[in-house]
Design a protein around this ligand. Structure first.
Ligand SMILES: Cc1cc2nc3c(=O)[nH]c(=O)nc-3n(C[C@H](O)[C@H](O)[C@H](O)COP(=O)(O)OP(=O)(O)OC[C@H]3O[C@@H](n4cnc5c(N)ncnc54)[C@H](O)[C@@H]3O)c2cc1C
Length: 587
């Protein structure tokens, strides 16, 4: 049967905050926009964001975008690119007002202004007293933002392909991207979407780890597609473990709990963060708090029968504050733990949460990759934004509240740049049928039963290897063994058996495609981690405990082709202000 084909000005893969904010700008500019999402748009992971989005509005305490910039550079352990960070922190303020005008129901102060809470790593005056910079809609900020953006897109007549799975990018011989092959999940029919520009906004890859706060769908598909199209992934070794996941389960307990005044205690009831971060205490940066919890447990000071977690205390806040500011957290605790945080502390342990690395882009959302000569070049027609991209604003460690900001600011920036690009490039490039055939073949590979290991068993094995070999603390020989084990699992995927034997259930085929993607992204992560011989931000090496600016103030670039790791310099020059040189990072 002939392959169904559709044509659009712009194809957006992903309907989270990044994809939808870009789509809105494009549809409002009267362009033909297709948004493809493997789940219904409002089920994208952005919906789960709890705590809020950062902007120096100064509604609660004094603030400035420049202080926000300092905190972000320091939080990144000086690996973030300072031009992009300045851009993001300045743009934060109009971005939040734009959301407010689009209809996001933010929580309010008594004077009617947007409510802002304290979050980790925030300071006034370049490292002074705690700031309150995180704009929140109770503890359901992502839900409020995603639903508002979706409704605005419906009004703007964005074309949605709901429950379509993107399989692979299509490209021509010059490396330009021409669209993507997608699969309608309900019918199993492939569709070729031809586009003048393609934006990857497929979110994160927390599912490479066994215990994670991420949704089941966060399998790094877009990153793996970029790798297969010859684009390297940047800084994949920097994976954030959020300090407060529900112990043993991984669901997130927002940092907003500590922002509202909650604190951590160990098995002996001690507020141990005072020892690790004397000033910021429980609101130190996430990498610092996660390491502190892992250390308390490792040294035998954990709580519970097996001493394998610590406790987050909220009871002193009272039922009123918890009910008003943290209602979702109370529900999560009741549903999954059968406890009420109003009177019982919550058992918590670090959970895999956020990928700082991703598809390398500039601050306009354009994908930049090394060319044949080694110089960086824009990949024609290809953009990336959101968690799958690496601008890089988060460097080695992301601050809470800066990801919702990142997806909105750079989703919007990509949309604006695409509008300009299309003015200069109004026509479709000729389709490359060889590349289409290749993508279809990838799909057809799974049109059979197979008799090897089950897809779901291989996925479980992969995520366990990543957890055991590439967790909060890392060491050379353990990671080297992990790399070999991930490679071995990856080699066995070819003969894997679909979990569901029936050809009619495309979900089985999609699980197999996702496993392929997970394995590529997992290998990128652990191989990049093995090569970086220093500790910086979330990448914490027991055998190299110090940060090494002389040798390692550089970004990693991992190439699938040849399993190769290269490096590129950090952009330390901001746009208009002086740069913040690396300093010792204490909280
Ligand atoms: C539990 C939780 C709480 C968080 N809380 C906060 C917070 O309070 N503040 C903050 O700043 N950050 C927070 N974060 C981080 C932040 O929410 C995410 O980084 C951000 O929402 C990611 O947005 P995105 O648009 O990049 O991707 P997502 O929202 O993850 O969307 C990805 C989209 O891509 C689609 N997709 C993926 N693969 C395919 C494919 N193969 N084919 C078709 N479609 C595909 C999906 O269907 C989805 O529509 C939180 C994260 C989690 C997990």
């Amino acid at each position: 049967m002939a392959l169904a084909r559709r044509r659009f000005d712009c194809l957006i893969l992903g309907a989270g905050g990044a994809g939808l904010n870009a789509a809105l700008r494009l549809s409002n500019a009267d362009l033909r926009v297709a948004v493809v999402s493997k789940v219904f748009p409002t089920r994208s992971h952005t919906v789960a964001a709890q705590g809020g989005v950062n902007a120096a509005l100064a509604n609660v305490l004094p603030d400035s975008w420049h202080w926000h910039m300092f905190d972000t550079v320091k939080g990144s352990d000086y690996l973030g690119d300072q031009d992009a960070i300045e851009f993001m922190c300045r743009e934060a303020i109009p971005t939040v007002y734009e959301l407010e005008h689009d209809g996001v129901p933010f929580s309010r102060l008594d004077n009617g202004k947007i409510y802002q809470r304290a979050f980790g790593g925030q300071s006034q005056n370049f490292g002074g007293a705690q700031a309150a910079r995180t704009c929140a809609a109770a503890d359901r900020t992502g839900h409020a933002i995603l639903h508002t953006l979706f409704q605005q897109n419906i009004r703007a007549k964005t074309h949605f392909f709901d429950e379509f799975f993107a399989v692979d990018l299509i490209r021509d011989d010059e490396g330009a991207i021409l669209g993507a092959l997608v699969l309608e999940i309900e019918t199993g029919e492939p569709v070729l979407i031809e586009a003048k520009t393609t934006l990857i906004a497929t979110g994160g890859c927390g599912q490479i780890f066994r215990t994670t706060s991420n949704a089941h769908i966060n399998t790094g598909d877009g990153m793996a597609m970029a790798l297969r199209a010859g684009v390297p992934l940047e800084d994949m070794e920097f994976f954030q473990f959020h300090p407060t996941g529900v112990a043993g389960k991984g669901m997130l307990i927002t940092e907003g709990c500590r922002g509202e005044g909650g604190f951590l205690v160990n098995g002996a009831g001690e507020r141990f963060m005072e020892r690790y971060a004397p000033n910021a205490k429980d609101l130190a940066s996430r990498d610092v708090v996660s390491r502190a919890i892992a250390t308390e447990v490792r040294e035998g000071r954990g709580a519970g029968p097996d001493k394998d977690y610590v406790l987050l205390k909220l009871s002193h806040l009272g039922a009123d504050i918890i009910g008003k500011r943290l209602p979702g957290i109370r529900e999560t605790c009741k549903t999954f733990l059968h406890i009420d945080p109003v009177d019982t502390p919550i058992p918590v342990f670090p959970t895999a949460h956020y990928v700082m690395g991703g598809i390398p882009t500039d601050r306009f959302g354009r994908v930049v990759a090394p060319s044949g000569t080694g110089a960086e070049e824009v990949v024609p027609g290809l953009y990336a934004a959101g968690e799958c991209a690496c601008v890089s604003v988060h460097g080695a460690n992301r601050l809470g509240g800066n990801s919702l900001l990142d997806i909105l600011v750079f989703g919007r920036a990509a949309g604006q740049d695409i509008i300009q690009f299309l003015k200069e490039h109004p026509h479709h490039r000729p389709m490359n049928e060889a590349s289409v055939d290749q993508a279809v073949a990838r799909l057809d590979r799974w049109d059979r039963k197979g008799d090897g290991p089950r897809v779901k068993d291989l996925r479980a094995e992969l995520t366990k290897v990543m957890e055991d070999h590439c967790g909060v603390y890392r060491v050379e020989d353990v990671m080297a063994e992990g790399v070999e084990r991930v490679r071995a699992i990856r080699a066995r995927i070819g003969e894997a058996r679909l979990t569901d034997h029936s050809r009619t259930f495309n979900t089985a085929r999609i699980e197999a495609l996702e496993l392929d993607n997970l394995a590529d992204v997992a290998l990128a992560t652990i191989a990049s981690a093995l090569h970086r011989q220093e500790s910086r931000g979330a990448h914490s090496r027991v055998d190299y405990p110090d940060r090494d600016d002389r040798n390692w103030l550089k970004h990693t670039l991992y190439q699938l082709d040849g399993d190769r790791v290269d490096y590129k310099p950090v952009r330390t020059k901001p746009l208009t202000v002086e740069s913040f040189p690396p300093k010792e990072r204490v909280y």
